[in-house]
Design a protein around this ligand. Structure first.
Ligand SMILES: [Zn+2]
Length: 133
Protein backbone atom coordinates (compact mmCIF):
# COMPACT_ATOMS: atom_id res chain seq x y z
CA UNK A 1 0.00 0.00 0.00
CA UNK A 2 2.79 2.42 0.95
CA UNK A 3 4.58 1.76 -2.38
CA UNK A 4 1.30 2.29 -4.26
CA UNK A 5 0.80 5.68 -2.60
CA UNK A 6 4.44 6.63 -3.38
CA UNK A 7 4.01 5.61 -7.04
CA UNK A 8 0.78 7.59 -7.31
CA UNK A 9 2.53 10.62 -5.83
CA UNK A 10 5.37 10.34 -8.39
CA UNK A 11 2.87 10.02 -11.25
CA UNK A 12 0.96 13.10 -10.00
CA UNK A 13 4.24 15.07 -9.90
CA UNK A 14 5.09 13.94 -13.45
CA UNK A 15 1.62 14.99 -14.62
CA UNK A 16 2.17 18.45 -13.13
CA UNK A 17 5.52 18.73 -14.96
CA UNK A 18 4.00 17.65 -18.28
CA UNK A 19 1.15 20.11 -17.80
CA UNK A 20 3.56 22.99 -17.15
CA UNK A 21 5.54 22.08 -20.29
CA UNK A 22 2.34 21.86 -22.34
CA UNK A 23 1.16 25.25 -21.09
CA UNK A 24 4.55 26.77 -21.94
CA UNK A 25 4.04 25.49 -25.52
CA UNK A 26 0.57 27.10 -25.70
CA UNK A 27 -1.29 23.79 -25.50
CA UNK A 28 -4.71 23.93 -23.82
CA UNK A 29 -4.74 21.61 -20.80
CA UNK A 30 -8.53 21.48 -20.35
CA UNK A 31 -8.33 22.64 -16.74
CA UNK A 32 -11.15 25.13 -17.32
CA UNK A 33 -13.88 25.76 -19.83
CA UNK A 34 -13.10 27.57 -23.06
CA UNK A 35 -13.89 31.29 -22.83
CA UNK A 36 -16.26 33.39 -24.88
CA UNK A 37 -16.49 37.17 -24.52
CA UNK A 38 -20.15 38.24 -24.34
CA UNK A 39 -19.25 41.82 -25.40
CA UNK A 40 -17.15 41.44 -28.54
CA UNK A 41 -17.72 37.76 -29.38
CA UNK A 42 -14.05 36.66 -29.21
CA UNK A 43 -13.98 32.92 -28.49
CA UNK A 44 -11.31 30.46 -27.47
CA UNK A 45 -10.95 27.17 -29.28
CA UNK A 46 -8.42 24.39 -29.51
CA UNK A 47 -6.60 23.84 -32.82
CA UNK A 48 -6.01 20.29 -34.11
CA UNK A 49 -2.46 20.40 -32.72
CA UNK A 50 -3.84 21.10 -29.23
CA UNK A 51 -2.84 24.77 -29.13
CA UNK A 52 -5.22 27.32 -27.70
CA UNK A 53 -6.46 29.87 -30.23
CA UNK A 54 -8.94 32.75 -30.36
CA UNK A 55 -11.12 34.01 -33.19
CA UNK A 56 -14.38 35.79 -33.84
CA UNK A 57 -17.04 33.57 -35.42
CA UNK A 58 -18.55 36.71 -36.97
CA UNK A 59 -15.36 37.16 -39.05
CA UNK A 60 -16.30 34.05 -41.00
CA UNK A 61 -12.90 32.37 -40.93
CA UNK A 62 -11.51 30.33 -38.06
CA UNK A 63 -8.05 31.87 -37.92
CA UNK A 64 -6.08 32.48 -34.73
CA UNK A 65 -6.02 36.18 -33.83
CA UNK A 66 -2.98 35.59 -31.62
CA UNK A 67 -4.84 37.29 -28.75
CA UNK A 68 -5.13 35.42 -25.43
CA UNK A 69 -7.48 35.96 -22.49
CA UNK A 70 -5.50 37.05 -19.43
CA UNK A 71 -6.23 35.60 -16.01
CA UNK A 72 -7.58 38.52 -13.90
CA UNK A 73 -8.22 36.55 -10.72
CA UNK A 74 -9.05 33.00 -9.68
CA UNK A 75 -12.26 32.71 -11.69
CA UNK A 76 -12.27 35.56 -14.21
CA UNK A 77 -10.34 36.32 -17.39
CA UNK A 78 -9.92 39.63 -19.21
CA UNK A 79 -10.81 39.75 -22.91
CA UNK A 80 -7.70 40.93 -24.82
CA UNK A 81 -9.83 42.69 -27.43
CA UNK A 82 -12.29 44.75 -25.35
CA UNK A 83 -11.20 44.30 -21.72
CA UNK A 84 -14.45 42.67 -20.54
CA UNK A 85 -14.06 40.36 -17.54
CA UNK A 86 -15.31 36.89 -18.45
CA UNK A 87 -16.15 34.36 -15.74
CA UNK A 88 -14.50 31.01 -16.37
CA UNK A 89 -17.22 28.42 -16.57
CA UNK A 90 -19.78 30.80 -18.07
CA UNK A 91 -19.28 29.25 -21.50
CA UNK A 92 -21.55 26.45 -22.66
CA UNK A 93 -18.52 24.45 -23.82
CA UNK A 94 -17.71 21.80 -21.24
CA UNK A 95 -14.23 20.34 -20.93
CA UNK A 96 -13.51 17.31 -18.80
CA UNK A 97 -11.72 17.76 -15.49
CA UNK A 98 -8.99 15.56 -14.09
CA UNK A 99 -7.17 15.28 -10.81
CA UNK A 100 -3.83 17.05 -10.54
CA UNK A 101 -3.29 16.20 -6.87
CA UNK A 102 -3.91 13.03 -4.93
CA UNK A 103 -6.83 12.82 -2.50
CA UNK A 104 -5.85 12.30 1.15
CA UNK A 105 -4.34 8.91 2.00
CA UNK A 106 -7.29 8.01 4.30
CA UNK A 107 -9.75 8.42 1.42
CA UNK A 108 -7.57 6.30 -0.89
CA UNK A 109 -7.44 3.59 1.80
CA UNK A 110 -11.21 3.72 2.32
CA UNK A 111 -11.80 3.37 -1.43
CA UNK A 112 -9.31 0.48 -1.66
CA UNK A 113 -10.98 -1.35 1.26
CA UNK A 114 -14.44 -0.76 -0.22
CA UNK A 115 -13.24 -2.13 -3.60
CA UNK A 116 -11.75 -5.22 -1.91
CA UNK A 117 -14.97 -5.81 0.07
CA UNK A 118 -17.07 -5.45 -3.10
CA UNK A 119 -14.82 -7.86 -5.01
CA UNK A 120 -15.03 -10.42 -2.16
CA UNK A 121 -18.81 -10.10 -2.09
CA UNK A 122 -19.04 -10.62 -5.87
CA UNK A 123 -16.66 -13.57 -5.72
CA UNK A 124 -18.68 -15.15 -2.88
CA UNK A 125 -21.98 -14.69 -4.70
CA UNK A 126 -20.45 -16.20 -7.87
CA UNK A 127 -19.24 -19.22 -5.85
CA UNK A 128 -22.71 -19.58 -4.26
CA UNK A 129 -24.35 -19.60 -7.71
CA UNK A 130 -21.99 -22.30 -9.00
CA UNK A 131 -22.61 -24.48 -5.95
CA UNK A 132 -26.38 -24.16 -6.40
CA UNK A 133 -26.30 -25.48 -10.01
ZN1 LIG B 1 -14.25 41.06 -25.72
Amino acid sequence: MRELVRSAGRIAAQLRDVREQAEALGIFCADRELLECPSCGLVEDVACDGRLMTYKPSDGAIADTGLRFEEADECRYRCPECGTLVAAGASSTHVAEYLTALPPREILQQKLHAAIALSRKRLESRTDTREAT
